[in-house]
Design a protein around this ligand. Structure first.
Ligand SMILES: Nc1ncnc2c1ncn2[C@@H]1O[C@H](COP(=O)(O)OP(=O)(O)OP(=O)(O)O)[C@@H](O)[C@H]1O
Ligand SMILES: Nc1ccn([C@@H]2O[C@H](COP(=O)(O)O)[C@@H](O)[C@H]2O)c(=O)n1
Length: 642
């Protein structure tokens, strides 16, 4: 599969839910444009309407919110908030300080996600909050607070959403409150989004909103005199976490993939995902409001060792991109993954293993070593939108992937799979089949170079297997042993060089004896079956030119162009004669003609995958053509079907 195209991103979930709540808490009417439509934003919209806030849809992802100045009209309500952490935590804080009685609940997983640290912080200010189930977890009963104290301690090392909730709610108290963060604050970029949104609504937190650069993230003051004021109109940026899947798709699948809606200028920390992807070798350009990605020039991503504190959500995308890297990737400082929609470290490790990766997981890290070939697997998604979106990238492995419960993406990106389909295409294959010495290898190689595509010399695989068999003393008729050997040998193509079990193979591969041995083992069905996957693994972005006997009929039946390239037996014998002489090898033209005829006979008459002009293949007789003419003919046929 390859990736190419443009995606217009949906609005950021983090910004959407913050803006909706701040617009509701503000004085005045706010028009919110480019809001995300998703389960999580629906939960926030429902909750605000239940609380008596007037929210009108203006169409085209725009809403008008009439703020209540921090005083919700409905003083008693039950709110169901699904699995939306960005709704549950800030609403808990705002409602705890707003003078009403409310019951807050969610789906069963939400009731397993800790909230005790936020409740403890709010209680220090006089909030009256009771747990209706397990201590420290939703559901919650909130009663009117008796406000006391001007200092609050909150843990910052479990979820930054506790601090976000507290920050957004504190201006409702009307007095200055000092916040002391206990433990190392994680996910600071999300706090920066909170501060930026609060500043849009006229509230500045000292010193965090004012000082640029490195800060003491342990203390701040929310001044008492500031009230939320509507900014009139606010635009929601595209979602930088959602961008990560498409950026990774471009990096793995060739590109260019362009994303619109978020770029160089953004309040979202996850935009830095692009920098980490470029550390893996991806080539990325950025504009103010867009980014464009190409795969690394080498075609392969580099493995990295990364502290992911600055991109906790987008880091999941790196875990799956690691399947396409050249070594072991380690992602650390990701303990917060364990308290998200699911235990994301455990889920990620389980599903990566299914596609063949070797994975080590720790309390706050994951190490991923990619498999030689990504296996087909049915991926469980744990009701976690990011698991579903991340694992769509495994499809670039070529073996296909099944995503169970794909609709869970509705949490943040209901149209994800439709958008993914728009920018992904099957990697194009040009199949060139034909008899021995017809020139298919020469032509295929030059066409691949002209188009910047990869090249597969499938005959070399049969030749290599024949050589390996002879070296191990395996008879060329021993079908089972040969098929087993096909699964064991390590074959590597790099540039012009070919390695068999780590040893470079020379001209011995090109002798007529090696060709004849290859032709004998190629008639054995189990051998052909054993080599099928090895050949298909060559199909990589941006495209493949494959030559052989059954490229169009069996190995790549969906090739965009199928050529049956031939020449008279006499012309072929003459070409082979010249070729061998040029290499300083001995040759006899009559013997070569006889050998070519024998090979044609065996290749066309065998029962499995016989050499033939496949259905849909066009004939190219090169007897009267020179090499360049044959190459140009293939290129012009490709242009015609492209
Ligand atoms: N159109 C052509 N005119 C003249 N010579 C050609 C032409 N095409 C290829 N040749 C030459 O013929 C020889 C055989 O070509 P090549 O090895 O590409 O054939 P092939 O079909 O791939 O053979 P095999 O299947 O045995 O690997 C080479 O020396 C090549 O340069
Ligand atoms: N797809 C293929 C490719 C090759 N073979 C067999 O291997 C022999 C050697 O191939 P060369 O192209 O390197 O000459 C050839 O004679 C075929 O018997 C095949 O079966 N299928």
């Amino acid at each position: 599969m390859s990736a190419r195209g443009t995606v217009r991103l949906p609005g950021s979930k983090s910004i959407s839910n913050r803006v909706l709540l701040l617009a509701a808490l503000a004085q005045g009417t706010t028009t919110v444009r480019d809001l995300l439509h998703s389960d999580d934003t629906e939960r926030m919209l429902d909750a605000l309407r239940t609380l008596g806030v007037v929210v009108e849809s203006l169409g085209d992802n725009a809403y008008r919110v009439t703020g209540c100045g921090g005083n919700f009209p409905v003083k008693q309500a039950k709110l169901f908030l699904g699995n939306a952490g960005t709704a549950f935590r800030p609403l808990t804080a705002a409602l705890a300080l707003s003078g009403g009685s409310y019951e807050l609940s969610g789906v069963p997983r939400m009731h397993e996600r800790p909230i005790g640290d936020l409740v403890d912080a709010l209680r220090q200010l006089g909030a009256d909050i009771r747990y209706l189930g397990n201590e420290g977890f939703p559901p919650l009963q909130i009663s009117p607070a008796k406000l006391v104290g001007d200092t609050v301690k909150v843990r910052g090392d479990v979820s930054s959403q506790f601090l976000t909730g507290l920050l957004m709610a504190l201006p409702l108290t009307g007095k200055a409150v000092n916040i002391e963060v206990v433990g190392e604050l994680i996910s600071k970029p999300y706090i920066k989004i909170t501060l930026a949104m609060m500043a849009h609504f006229g509230v500045k937190v000292w010193p965090w909103s004012i000082v640029e650069g490195e800060l003491d993230w342990q203390h701040c003051v929310v001044p008492g005199v500031q009230r939320y004021q509507s900014p009139d109109t606010i635009y929601v940026e595209g979602d930088a976490s959602s961008a990560s899947y498409f950026l990774a798709a471009g990096a793995i699948g060739g590109g260019p993939v362009r994303i619109e809606g978020v770029g160089r200028v953004s309040v979202q920390g996850d935009v830095r995902f692009a920098d980490e992807l470029s550390r893996m070798g991806a080539r990325i350009e950025k504009g103010e409001n867009w980014m464009e990605v190409h795969a690394p020039a080498s075609g392969k991503l580099k493995a990295i060792d990364l502290d992911c504190n600055h991109i906790p959500d987008a880091a999941m995308t790196l875990a799956v991109a690691a399947l396409f890297a050249d070594g072991t990737t380690r992602l650390s400082n990701i303990a917060s993954w364990r308290v998200k929609e699911t235990d994301r470290i455990a889920a990620m490790a389980t599903e990566l293993r299914k596609v063949g990766a070797t994975v080590e997981e720790g309390a706050d890290y994951i190490r991923i070593t990619p498999p030689a070939r990504i296996k087909h697997a049915a991926i469980d998604t744990y009701d976690d939108h990011r698991m579903a979106m991340c694992f769509s990238l495994a499809a670039f492995g070529g073996a296909g992937v099944r995503i169970n419960d794909p609709k869970c993406v509705a949490k943040t990106f209901p149209e994800y799979f439709a958008e993914f389909a728009k920018v992904t295409q099957a990697v194009p294959v040009i199949a060139i089949d034909g008899p021995s010495a017809s020139g298919k290898g020469t032509v295929a190689q030059r066409v691949a170079t002209a188009l910047g595509m990869h090249y597969l010399d499938s005959g070399a695989l049969y030749r290599l297997l024949g050589l390996a068999a002879q070296k191990r003393g395996i008879a060329l008729e021993a079908e089972d042993k040969l098929a087993e050997l096909a699964g064991q040998v390590d074959i590597r193509f790099e540039g012009e060089g070919i390695w068999l079990d780590g040893v470079k193979v020379g001209d011995e591969l090109r002798t007529e004896e090696a060709g004849a041995a290859a032709s004998r083992i190629a008639a054995l069905p189990k051998v052909r079956a054993a080599l099928l996957d090895k050949q298909r693994a060559f199909r990589r972005a941006p495209g493949l030119v494959a030559d052989g006997r059954d490229m169009a009929s069996v190995v790549f039946p969906d090739s965009v162009l199928k050529i049956f390239l031939t020449a008279s037996a006499e012309a072929r014998a003459e070409r082979r004669y010249k070729q061998l002489k040029e290499k300083g090898m001995s040759a006899n033209i009559a013997a070569l003609l006889q050998d070519i005829r024998a090979r044609d006979e065996r290749d066309t008459q065998r029962s499995v995958a016989p050499l033939q002009q496949a259905q849909g293949a066009s004939l190219l007789d090169t007897t009267p053509l020179n090499i360049e003419q044959a190459v140009q003919e293939v290129l012009s046929r490709y242009r015609a079907v492209k």
